[in-house]
Design a protein around this ligand. Structure first.
Ligand SMILES: [Zn+2]
Length: 251
């Protein structure tokens, strides 16, 4: 199976990767399901919504600061680094991710489409102000602040620049992801359930336009039925083996 996946990858001309929470599991990033689905007796589905933010921005910000604080110490794992290396080698053209944890960027991926935003970015609820707190070096100061965060330009509330339940995906990112999927002759699908639309269309588009689908997942998913190769394995282990074979093939 690894051999077949490595051959397809080495032969591809325009490969992309589509990743979900599973790729970050080895990095210890807590998913919404990872803390028994509860935070201080609240389900994340109740907190990660525009309605919750409107009703109680303090509570929602407390939840997000807690998540930022947990995720900031997570490090990319071998799967993130392997994808960055495949891009460096000219095989992989882009990574499309449903994760907000910034680990692909930290691993060195350059062409990155973040469909659900980024947990370290904030944006204004009224104007166009955006800030990447890691980039601006203000993350620690931001986490320590007790008052609600306000826009330095207009004074309105800032919110996390992530997609909440019930909100559409960012149009530009989605458009770019579909465009890449139409061009791709191979997609490496890693650690995603493949049941959340419209993101789940990405591997389907690749398949329908004649491309190959390689899936890496310890469990079967919504993608498995259309996968040409299914590597039933955790992401880090699979990517490490795959990289070794790809390098062997292209010498
Ligand atoms: Zn503003």
């Amino acid at each position: 199976m690894i051999e077949e996946a490595a051959k397809l990858l080495a032969r591809s001309r325009f490969a992309i990767a589509f990743t979900g929470a599973g790729i970050s599991a080895e990095s210890g990033v807590p998913t919404f399901r990872g803390f028994n689905g509860l935070w201080k007796k609240h389900r994340p589905e109740e907190l990660a919504t525009p309605e919750a933010f409107q009703k109680d921005p303090y509570l929602v910000w407390e939840f997000y600061k807690w998540r930022m604080d947990l995720i900031k110490s997570a490090k990319p794992n071998r799967a993130h680094y392997a994808l960055a290396e495949l891009e460096e080698m000219g095989i992989l053209k882009a990574v499309i991710t449903q994760n907000v944890d910034d680990l692909h960027r930290e691993a060195g991926t350059r062409t990155l489409i973040e469909l659900h935003g980024n947990i370290f970015r904030v944006r204004c609820t009224s104007c166009n102000y955006k800030e990447n707190l890691k980039g601006s070096g203000r993350l620690e100061e931001f986490l320590a602040e007790k008052d609600l965060p306000r826009c330095p330009d207009c004074g309105s509330l800032l919110r996390p620049d992530v997609v909440w339940f019930g909100e559409p995906l960012p149009r530009r990112a989605l458009h770019e992801a579909f465009r890449l999927a139409e061009r791709a002759d191979l997609v490496l699908v890693i650690g995603t359930s493949g049941v959340v639309y419209p993101a789940a269309y990405i591997p389907q588009i690749v398949k329908e336009t004649g491309g190959k689908v390689i899936e890496i997942n310890p469990d079967e998913s919504g993608i498995t039925p259309i996968a040409d190769v299914f590597l039933r394995c955790p992401a880090g282990e699979a990517m490490e083996k795959l990289m070794r074979r790809v390098k062997g093939l292209i010498g």
